[in-house]
Design a protein around this ligand. Structure first.
Ligand code: ADP
Length: 472
């Protein structure tokens, strides 16, 4: 400032001196006056350059000036640049926050004071059928027409969520979403939505499961109680007593099997995945299955003229079957369950064939084929559900709990294997387990091509495995 003042004075003195030299005293006065005007016009021109640049608002095109106006322009340029950087940083932060909300597995909608949609993520678009481009600043009440939501929104009590039907819901694939509003800021609201279809399904399955378990236990218990009362109240002969006691022991065994299978299932779910360090001979698993199948067949065909024809691989083939890695009890339970089912669902006189093959892709295939009752295609996808039975009475008669295939499926899945089911009603079924190459070694049995399973049955097997998470 001081420097500017001295420069102004020096400019006046120079003008005055020049005038004095040219025209004496009057010349000096005219010189000072002209110098003042020149100073102000020059200064005005410099100031207006700075003002014009400030009006344009582009820090890059700042005029290069010296002196006070130059410093003012420089400071303004630095302030503008700082503001620009701050805006950029805020934009980047906002972008990050919106990207995080976009990545959220839940639907997120930001509503203004009047309930207009300010922003929503893709999940919310899917849940409510919004279009972020089209529906911005539309009232959420107009777009979400579900009466439950309208009642919830109007009640203005947002302490609990409300469950609605999802926009993509169909009668065959119901979609349920849970919605909750959270007021924030100055009357704004955050709307969060979550897909609870699987949760509700799991809850329904849990209820069914408890009901099923209670039913499975209660039925033999009721029968047992009945027999106890009969024994207590009636005078029975020795023979009758023995008969009743025999039936009571059958019911007790049935309860025991259900509890045993339930424990097996819960162990399968709770224990760590099978490692790759424990190798066992496949032959031992096959031999044990064979013994169990023969024993079961003998029990089921006692007093019958015909018996089952149970065909296992020859002794040499069994020896050449190599080793498998996993948990022996789980693998034995899976293989035995399949072989026993084949015996139970094949009338006496039928044939059960068990095979162990190496496939040309390195996998190994254990298969049990029977010439039994077979299964209608619509039942196949549901066979591995707990307590699902096609024929209840046959299952019970032969000591079934309805849990066998659920155990098989869990056990094989834990070993990275897949369960394939193919069947023709009235003709027979094939249940096969394909183990991954990594879990088998040392097998010298003949290598075969993987058999083609009929497409419908493959789909059925696929959908059976898709049901897994919702199962009880
Ligand atoms: P269960 O104890 O009733 O046999 P599973 O889970 O082992 O229960 O099998 C479920 C249902 O699958 C059975 O009730 C039966 O209807 C059917 N099933 C299983 N294996 C066979 C088979 N080899 N042949 C025909 N039906 C079978």
């Amino acid at each position: 400032m001081l420097w500017r003042f001295f420069f102004f004075i020096a400019f006046q003195i120079a003008g005055g001196a020049l005038g004095w030299w040219e025209a004496g005293l009057w010349g000096a006065a005219a010189g000072v006056s002209i110098a003042t005007w020149v100073w102000f016009i020059w200064d005005f021109w410099r100031g207006s350059r700075v003002l014009r640049w400030l009006r344009q608002g582009d820090p890059q095109t700042a005029p290069s000036l010296r002196g006070m106006w130059g410093e003012a322009a420089d400071r303004a340029r630095r302030l503008a640049r700082q503001a620009q950087l701050q805006i950029k940083a805020s934009d980047a932060r906002l972008h990050d926050i919106l990207s995080a909300l976009q990545a959220s597995p839940n639907g997120v909608v930001l509503l203004d004071e009047e309930g207009h949609i300010e922003w929503c993520n893709q999940m919310a678009e899917a849940h409510f059928g919004f279009d972020a481009g089209r529906d911005l600043m539309q009232s959420v009440g107009n777009l979400v027409r579900d009466p439950d939501f309208t009642a919830y929104y109007n009640a203005q009590n947002f302490s609990r969520p409300v469950a609605l039907q999802g926009r993509s819901s169909t009668p065959t694939r119901p979609v349920r979403i849970s919605v909750q509003l959270y007021p924030y800021g100055d009357g704004r609201k955050l709307l969060l939505s979550q897909d609870i279809t699987a949760l509700e399904q799991a809850e329904a399955m849990r209820r069914d499961f408890v009901a099923n378990v209670s039913h499975e236990i209660r039925t033999p218990l009721t029968v047992l109680t009945g027999f106890v009362e009969t024994l207590q109240t009636l005078q029975l002969t020795e023979d009758e007593q023995q008969r009743y006691l025999g039936m009571m022991s059958q019911q007790a065994a049935r309860m025991q099997s259900v509890v045993q299978d339930l424990l097996t299932l819960s162990r399968l779910e709770g224990s760590p995945l099978p490692g790759m360090s424990d190798w066992m001979p496949v032959e031992a698993l096959l031999r044990r299955s064979e013994e169990e199948a023969e024993g079961l067949s003998a029990t089921l065909t006692v007093n019958q003229k015909k018996h089952h024809d149970i065909v296992f691989p020859s002794a040499e083939a069994m020896k050449a079957s190599g080793q498998i890695a996993g948990i022996v009890t789980e693998l034995q339970s899976a293989l035995s369950n399949l072989v026993n089912n084949a015996v139970r669902y094949t009338p006496p006189g039928g044939t059960i064939t068990v095979s162990w093959e190496m496939l040309d892709n390195g996998n190994a295939r254990f298969a049990v084929s029977d010439t039994g009752v077979g299964i209608a295609p619509e039942h196949i996808p549901r066979l591995t559900e707990r307590f699902y039975r096609v024929d209840r009475s046959r299952s019970r008669e032969t000591g079934g709990t309805g849990l066998g295939l659920a155990i098989v499926k869990h056990a094989v899945q834990r070993h990275g294997a897949t369960l394939q089911i193919s069947s023709v009603l009235g003709k027979g079924s094939t249940f096969a387990v394909v183990f991954p190459a990594s879990r088998v070694r040392g097998s010298t049995v003949a290598v075969v091509k993987p058999p083609m399973i009929a497409t419908a049955l493959q789909q059925a097997a696929h959908s059976a495995s898709m049901r897994e998470p919702a199962e009880q």
